[in-house]
Write a protein that binds this ligand. Structure first.
Ligand SMILES: Nc1ncnc2c1ncn2[C@@H]1O[C@H](COP(=O)(O)OP(=O)(O)OP(=O)(O)O)[C@@H](O)[C@H]1O
Ligand SMILES: [Mg+2]
Length: 251
């Protein structure tokens, strides 16, 4: 990426009106980053905040599926307005590539990230939630570099396999010296001591635990139902602390 690329300056302008940018990360695929990011944006919108959600999973974007927005194909000439679903302003790579597989590599990844950040007109936002791609590859580095104001939220789990990746993510974020608001345990069953110990190891607060919740899967595509799940209730308490919105929905 070249800082002289006019799109780099455009990204700053596009995001200037977002009060906070929170990137949901966690390394391991399938840990629930998309579910956490989408539900968090939904909860905040229901509490009356102007919430944006940016799905930056360049290979398999899913937030539009979770929030039940049918297929869109946006074309842009001077930028695009994100479609609104359940009061969430949602932008997704899928709106640009459709359901074609998008096996991007190298510079293409940076270009796609840069392009989507540069063309999206968010207007005023209280918060922009970013669903980060799995892994610590170029796409993650691009976000760190392009969105200097981003804060990071690490989704974790006590599974040994997940822990290994989460540690790697936490170390990576620490090396990059970016602000991390804390860890969240997802798909929690039973004790949280293991995740607490991992959070302590990185001197991060454990913001809370989201239960393993069968009803989440049934609520995919139905924001009203999703907001009523025990998973959303637990996430709502964390959102209240992070965004000082209390815990009650405004509608
Ligand atoms: N707390 C939970 N209880 C039950 N199911 C959950 C929970 N959180 C997420 N899921 C389910 O787990 C699956 C994976 O979640 P999700 O797609 O959000 O993970 P991800 O980290 O974004 O994965 P990827 O890295 O592949 O994008 C989904 O089917 C989702 O519905
Ligand atoms: Mg995902």
């Amino acid at each position: 990426m070249n800082d002289l690329d006019p799109r780099v300056a455009a990204v700053d302008r596009r995001l200037a009106e977002a009060r906070r940018v929170l990137a949901v990360t966690g390394g391991k695929g399938g840990i629930g980053k998309s579910m956490v990011a989408s539900t968090l944006a939904l909860i905040l919108a229901r509490r009356g905040l102007r919430a944006g959600l940016l799905d930056l999973d360049l290979t398999s974007p899913t937030d539009h599926v979770i929030l039940g927005l049918g297929d869109r194909f946006l074309t842009e000439e001077f930028g695009v307005e994100p479609p609104v679903v359940a009061d969430v302003h949602l932008m997704s790579v899928s709106f640009l590539v459709g359901d074609r597989p998008a096996p991007l590599r190298g510079d293409d990844i940076t270009n796609a990230t840069l392009e989507i950040l540069a063309i999206t007109h968010w207007q005023k936002l209280d918060v922009l939630v970013i669903d980060m791609p799995p892994g610590l590859g170029d796409a993650t580095l691009d976000v760190v570099r392009l969105i200097r104001r981003a804060e990071y939220l690490v989704v974790a789990n006590r599974s040994r396999v997940v822990r290994e990746t989460v540690r790697r993510t936490a170390r990576f974020l620490r090396e990059l010296k970016v602000p991390v608001v804390g860890m969240i345990e997802n798909m929690a069953r039973g004790e949280s001591g293991t995740v607490q110990a991992m959070a302590d190891e990185f001197e991060l607060p454990l913001l809370g635990s989201l239960p393993w919740d069968e009803t989440v899967e049934e609520a995919v595509g139905d924001p009203g139902a999703l907001a009523e799940t025990p998973f959303a209730a637990a996430l709502g308490r964390i959102a209240g602390d992070l965004f000082e919105t209390g815990s009650a929905d405004s509608r």
